[in-house]
Design a protein around this ligand. Structure first.
Ligand SMILES: Nc1nc2c(c(=O)[nH]1)N[C@H]1C(S)=C(S)[C@@H](COP(=O)(O)OP(=O)(O)OC[C@H]3O[C@@H](n4cnc5c(=O)[nH]c(N)nc54)[C@H](O)[C@@H]3O)O[C@H]1N2
Ligand SMILES: Nc1nc2c(c(=O)[nH]1)N[C@H]1C(S)=C(S)[C@@H](COP(=O)(O)OP(=O)(O)OC[C@H]3O[C@@H](n4cnc5c(=O)[nH]c(N)nc54)[C@H](O)[C@@H]3O)O[C@H]1N2
Ligand code: SF4
Ligand SMILES: [Mo]
Length: 870
């Protein structure tokens, strides 16, 4: 028997430990690691189904120069030569790296060192700019260092947890499960502050549907309330906190309950309920993520939250802290090594003695002396011709940056583009001159740091496929070929880890909390056996000392920004974010048939009244337009939306769909302190788009096709792919996409229905259903025919003998249980809670990610029963 390998999840910043047992060259059994402090054995739907994503579909397996395979030597020599020549000709600031919170700390360290110490520029920025940079800037302003003063254990010690701008149930599901467990065990109260009613609200005591962008007013109002109620901590304030001039005068004027409620568009009684609860509960954790960070006032929003915690002394104590939760698995590690253009290394900024110190440590020939270009500015600089060589690693800016249409132009325009990725084709790598095949999750080896500063190992359990190589190796090889052989002479990740650890400790006389001194001499064996540990200790700032020059934390005066009234041309406000079972641009989660079922298409969610006004019905297609661009989405009418606001997901790309391109829509406007884009709020309009026909296509195999129709979205299914399609004109042009085989057809002219299948020796190769006015059958049974023997012409009836009724949209992906099944069971068996549904159907009893959804279905069913009784 092969041994289980302990590693960390590929996805979110919760950083769950995984126990992976390989079962073949490219297959693995995944379980939660019971000994890992983040998850104690639990995994969410994405972690649970990681095994479905380790195949080689779509992988880049050899270096490519243009469309041609190249040897590593040739590709690396070319990259080194082009970067060296560009620096020689145009100076160090004419080149840039754009990297990612999905790199290992070791990868990140090498890239940062190469750019900031050897090339001599700070033009290395990361997708964490889009994610965590407002939190980083907020921490620096308040504490003097980017330190998260909380741990997951605080969630179990808190009496109140406030989630601000965080859809925790979907995006940090195991943290959400820990919160729910704490609620069950000790009655912890939960408040959610989010303009949308998300599934996170299902298990909460209060939901405040704030007007977007008004969190500063809400937090300042809270501070004013605490001040008036005498729940600030004068002793702590006097000894450990500095307030800027005019701070309290500012808080004490114009932040009364009524004014605040009006600004935030929340019922005063609801707001008062929250304020009272907060004031009465010393053990409070306020957890926040992108609803706070991704704003053009993100840094002020972060500081408004921290202000409340500092002023009430709710920091550095058990169960009391402001808690910025990270997105990517190693967003935190990137911050530690200094992978942002605005930091130098190891939590040091560009102060002259830091530059001198790091330069000495690296024996650097060309230290960068000032911050470099932040992501949005970086791509603008490319469009302006100022950046002539760009290396993108482990991120997909053509999809994920705001105003992605301009970003695509930049990627096309840059004279030399290198993309390191695990996948062959991404919307960004299409434009690359050189593509480098990176090692992916399960193959790579290194460390990551999660939201609560816990460092864990990612360990390989699969062989490197083809010629894929780890990112640290690729970068150090380029460094060596650029002429710095000794500075980049690493043989293994442990070599890099030790150097990084030494730098954090180098001349660190307590000035920086980040100090990995004990790791600096770790042996290779000890590195391999490393247990998860937390830097900065259990509870930073518990002694009331902060890493500022005078040891005191800082309150920051924050003012609520003006919220622009909607313009006539753009009557709606576009909010963007995530789905429970997809990860970013779907390069990994898109491979999993199970995960694909939760949301099969990119939806635009809209309030019923807005939809009615616009003449849009549920399941229509609609075009969302902004000043930056437009894209098509499937409509989902949702009571959870505020009036005038719409929501679209960030996940869909050219690789899976003709529409759903959220990245084209947001404005490239950024927060002035952090440079983080305001992804959550863009003026927009929506209109219905009619099509003459709709249908679907099921194809065997995993080679994607691009279909010539207005709407086409692809999901992976067992044995093949399902395309949902809609369009105008003659649909017969789609017939050509059916694979060869014996062809069977059925037409119904009155409804304009075409059904065609191709079959070889009793195996279904593909099937196309299109209709103008008729209904379409459930896809499930047809999909199963891909894996069935002895298929014949009767497949066009789209129904097996005694086949099941339509299950409806998948809710529980672990047991493949649909909405209709749950609703029927609730009705027929009079189920009253999530546990009862679990008992009856199994739904929600494995990973638990769908439990909030089941709670929501139960609540709706109860409402309907009430209405029926009235
Ligand atoms: N399933 C899944 N999980 C993920 C990811 C993924 O792609 N898929 N990505 C990971 C990454 S990198 C990140 S950064 C995290 C993000 O995790 P989250 O921050 O939880 O996710 P988002 O959906 O981006 O946004 C959170 C919420 O902010 C709300 N919001 C919008 N505007 C405002 C506002 O003005 N005020 C307030 N209070 N709230 C507002 C939105 O309505 C949304 O529900 O998720 C991580 N986890
Ligand atoms: N409108 C809008 N836009 C957003 C957001 C939003 O809420 N709204 N959120 C933003 C946030 S918070 C984030 S974090 C970004 C995420 O956006 P991206 O970083 O662009 O998204 P990913 O799909 O995670 O891209 C990772 C890429 O790296 C590849 N990859 C995976 N593992 C490795 C590896 O080990 N090495 C290498 N070299 N490549 C690898 C994957 O195949 C994939 O192509 O999106 C941002 N964009
Ligand atoms: S919560 Fe889910 S996606 Fe996040 S690390 Fe844990 S298992 Fe992975
Ligand atoms: Mo993120």
């Amino acid at each position: 028997m092969t041994q289980a390998i302990r590693t960390t999840c590929a996805y979110c910043g919760v950083g769950c430990g995984i126990s992976a047992t390989p079962t073949g060259p490219r297959s693995v059994t995944i379980l939660g690691d019971e000994a890992h402090p983040a998850n104690g054995g639990r995994l969410c739907s994405k972690g649970t189904h990681l095994g479905e994503t380790v195949g080689l579909q779509g992988r880049l397996l050899a270096p490519m120069i243009g469309a041609k395979r190249a040897s590593w030597d040739k590709a690396l020599d070319l990259v080194a030569k082009k970067f060296r020549e560009t620096v020689e000709r145009h100076g160090p600031d004419s080149v840039a790296f754009y990297v990612s919170g999905q790199l290992m700390t070791e990868d990140y360290y090498v890239a940062n060192k190469l750019m900031k110490g050897f090339i001599g520029s700070s033009n290395i920025d990361t997708n964490s700019r889009l994610c965590m940079s407002s939190a980083v800037a907020g921490h620096n302003r308040a504490f003097g260092e980017d330190v998260v003063p909380a741990s997951y254990d605080d969630l179990e010690e808190a009496d109140l947890i406030v989630l601000v701008g965080s859809n925790t149930a979907w995006c940090h599901p195991i943290v959400y499960q820990r919160i729910q467990a704490a609620r069950a065990a000790r009655g912890t109260r939960l408040v959610v502050i989010d303009p949308r009613r998300t599934e996170t609200c299902e298990g909460a005591d209060l939901h405040l549907p704030v007007k977007p962008g008004t969190d500063v007013a809400l937090m300042n109002g809270l501070l004013a309330w605490c001040d008036a109620e005498g729940v600030t901590d004068p002793a702590f304030l006097a000894e450990h906190v500095n307030a800027p001039e005019g701070f309290w005068e500012h808080i004490r004027s114009g932040h009364d309950l009524w004014t605040t409620a009006k600004t935030c568009d929340i019922a005063p009684a609801l707001l008062e309920q929250f304020y009272k609860l907060f004031a009465a509960t010393p053990r409070t954790v306020t957890m926040f993520s992108q609803g706070i960070n991704q704003s053009i006032r993100g840094t002020d929003q972060v500081n408004a939250i921290i202000n409340v915690h500092l002023a009430t002394g709710r920091i550095g104590k058990p169960g009391a802290a402001p808690f910025s939760i990270t997105g990517q698995p190693n967003a935190m590690g990137g911050r530690e090594v200094g992978g942002l253009a605005s930091t130098l290394a190891a939590h040091m900024d560009f102060a002259p003695d830091n530059v001198e110190r790091v330069g000495r440590f690296w024996a650097a020939p060309a230290m960068a002396t000032r911050p470099g270009l932040k992501a949005v500015d970086l791509f603008r600089a490319i469009n302006e011709g100022r950046i002539k060589a760009l290396w993108v690693m482990a991120t997909n800016p053509a999809v994920s940056l705001p105003d992605a249409g301009r970003v695509r132009e930049a990627l096309q325009a840059v004279p030399f583009l290198v993309v390191s990725d695990i996948m062959a084709d991404t919307d960004s790598s299409t434009h690359a001159h050189v593509r480098l095949p990176a090692a992916g999750w399960g193959e790579k080896d290194g460390t990551v740091t999660n939201s609560d500063r816990t460092v864990s190992r990612q360990r390989p359990f699969l062989a490197l496929p083809g010629e894929a190589r780890p990112d640290w190796w690729i970068v150090k090889e380029v460094g060596r070929r650029m002429g710095w052989r000794n500075a980049f002479a690493y043989d293994r990740p442990a070599d890099i880890w030790r150097e990084h650890a030494r730098l954090t400790a180098y001349q660190n006389d307590g000035a920086r909390v980040l100090n990995l001194r004990r790791q600096a001499t770790i042996s290779n064996d000890a590195y391999d056996a490393m247990e998860p540990f937390r830097w900065g200790g259990e509870r930073p700032f518990s002694d009331g000392r902060f890493p500022t020059p005078d040891g005191k934390a800082r309150l920051v005066l924050t003012k609520q920004m003006e919220i622009q009234e909607p313009l006539k041309q753009w009557p709606m406000t576009l909010n963007t974010g995530r789905y429970r079972d997809q990860w970013h641009t779907m390069s990994r989660t898109g491979l999993s048939p199970k995960l694909a079922r939760h949301r099969e298409e990119p939806l635009v969610e809209i309030h019923p009244q807005d939809a009615e006004l616009l003449g849009i019905a549920d399941r229509d297609l609609a075009r969302v337009q902004t000043a930056q661009g437009n894209s098509l989405f499937r409509v989902a009418i949702s009571e959870g939306q505020r009036l005038g606001e719409i929501f679209t997901p960030i996940h869909w790309t050219d690789q899976q769909a003709s529409g759903g391109r959220t990245g084209l829509l947001p404005r490239p406007l950024v927060d002035p302190h952090s440079g983080q884009p305001g992804f959550k709020s863009t003026p927009a309009s929506v209109e219905k788009v009619a099509t003459e026909w709709k249908g679907f296509l099921i194809l065997r195999g995993d080679e994607p096709v691009k279909l010539p129709c207005l709407w086409s979205t692809r999901i992976t299914v067992p044995g093949g792919a399902l395309y949902e399609i809609a369009g105008n004109g003659d649909p017969a042009r789609l017939d050509a996409f059916l694979p060869k085989g014996d062809r069977v057809e059925a037409m119904d002219a009155s409804r304009g229905t075409r059904r065609i299948a191709t079959i070889s020796e009793g195996r279904l190769n593909g099937v196309l259903f299109v209709t103008r006015t008729g209904l379409l059958p459930s896809r499930d049974w047809l999909i199963r025919q891909l894996e069935t023997e002895g298929v014949g012409g009767s497949v066009l009836a789209a129904r097996g003998p005694g086949s099941q009724p339509d299950k409806g949209a998948t809710v529980c992906v672990c047991f493949d249980i649909g909405l209709n099944q749950i609703v029927a069971a609730i009705r027929e068996q009079q189920l009253v809670n999530v546990a009862a549904v679990g008992k009856a159907l199994g739904a929600g009893t494995n990973c638990g990610s769908c439990r909030p959804a089941i709670a929501n279905i139960l609540a709706q069913a109860q409402q309907e029963t009430l209405h029926a009784a009235e």
